[in-house]
Design a protein around this ligand. Structure first.
Ligand code: KG4
Ligand code: ZN
Length: 378
């Protein structure tokens, strides 16, 4: 009997995505419609616009995913959809569509946690490479525009279970990239721009001490404190202070204006608009964030005697983060895995893959399930 095909649907933030995955490991299609152009003028995701764009894109995106997979509404075996975490209104578009589809077709519906999806993006590609076996305990750093979490994963009879041993106290790492890029007039989203520009600057030029990325326990109840927490709002303020001290405002305004006049600026266009002081600041900011992510994650891995490390989510696309993790984890003999760049950022292939063990266990969503903006992963 051919293995079951799952149609995955993802609308938690600013990508409308649908994908078909067979047997939890064969990627038949992966369609992502990005809303970057809609949100760019605002320098960040506008929730109401995101919901509206999902509503516009959902039908064509799902149709395209089925078409590319050589499937039809009738031939798929189940529908998986992101339940949360994410923007409530955005999640509801995908959930309403998936529910209606499941009801009309009489097919099972599976609710998936977006963060587990990011973890399964790595597993999907490793299975494709023939590396289906992962050693436990396993540590996953999920690092994106909305999340910076360390999950210790264990294997149990009912699949994987997760312990959240670290999280950001304020901004997510991707959010810090986006806010610093906005502050420096580099456009939106900031992560890919900073990634491309950082290699042209001196990462030691501006010193961001640990004080800027140290979290404070003040005000957090003891039971909510975890050992490996992150904090990225201080470094954003430190960048702002540097900009003021070095009188960089006028050159930033000029860059913003020049970029606004360009249709689709390339990394080279952007570089031409940055002086060496700006490039040094960008390189130093990226180095500080990367070092903090790498060294806290490796400390957690050591402490919890982790055997496998996964790094996933939008920021896992960052070149310096990948390189530093690869070098530092190798020194400790710890295998580290990343998704390819296209599966690092939001997609539905990861949702269809994470749904596979639930499909096999017949863990289907109840008809009343709804969007959970702050759904936690356990
Ligand atoms: O996983 P994702 O698509 O959406 C969320 O679930 O948040 O992550 C998007 C985030 C954005 O903040 C974006 O700036 C960041 O990932 N990002 C990067 C890179 N590519 C995307 N950050 C650093 N370097 C990159 N190359
Ligand atoms: Zn995500």
């Amino acid at each position: 009997m051919p293995e079951a095909c799952i149609l995955g649907i993802e609308t938690s933030c600013d990508e409308t995505a649908a994908a078909v995955v067979r047997g939890g490991e064969h990627l038949l299609s992966n369609v992502v419609s990005s809303q970057i152009a809609t949100h760019r003028p605002y320098g960040g995701v506008v929730p109401e616009l995101a919901s509206r764009e999902h509503l516009r894109a959902i039908v064509p995106v799902v149709r395209q995913a089925l078409l590319e997979a050589g499937q039809t509404y009738e031939s798929i075996d189940a529908i998986a959809v992101t339940q949360g975490p994410g923007l409530a209104g955005a999640l509801m578009v995908g959930i309403s569509f998936a529910k209606a589809l499941a009801f009309a077709l009489g097919k099972p519906l599976i609710a998936v946690n977006h963060l587990e999806g990011h973890i399964h993006a790595v597993l999907l590609e490793e299975k494709q490479k023939g590396n289906a076996h992962m050693e436990f305990p396993l540590l996953a750093l999920v690092v994106s525009g909305g999340h910076t979490h360390l999950f210790l994963a264990h294997q149990s009879e009912r699949g994987w279970t997760y312990e959240n041993i670290g999280r950001t106290r304020d901004d997510a790492a991707g959010e810090a990239f986006d806010k610093v890029a906005k502050l420096l007039g580099l456009g939106y989203p900031g992560g890919p721009m900073i990634d491309a520009l950082a290699r042209h600057g001196n990462p030691k030029a501006v010193r961001f001490g640990p004080a800027q990325i140290k979290h404070r326990n003040r005000g957090t109840p003891r039971e909510q404190q975890t050992l490996y927490d992150f904090s990225f709002s201080g470094i954003k303020t430190a960048v702002l202070r540097y900009v003021e001290l070095e009188s960089m405002r006028d050159s930033i305004a000029a860059r913003r204006q020049a970029l606004d006049a360009m249709d689709r600026p390339s990394a080279a266009d952007l570089r031409a608009l940055c002086d060496s002081k700006t490039l040094d600041l960008i390189a130093s900011f990226q180095r500080a964030v990367v070092d903090d992510l790498v060294f806290k994650t490796l400390a957690a891995a050591r402490e919890r005697e982790v055997r496998t490390l996964l790094v996933t989510g939008g920021v896992a696309a960052n070149s310096e983060l990948r390189e530093t993790f690869s070098i530092e984890a190798a020194k400790e003999g710890l295998p580290v895995f990343f998704p390819s760049r296209s599966l690092s950022t939001d997609n539905a292939a990861m949702i269809a893959t994470a749904a596979w063990p639930r499909y096999q266990a017949k863990e289907f969503a109840v008809a009343e399930f709804s969007a959970e903006a702050s759904l936690s992963l356990r």
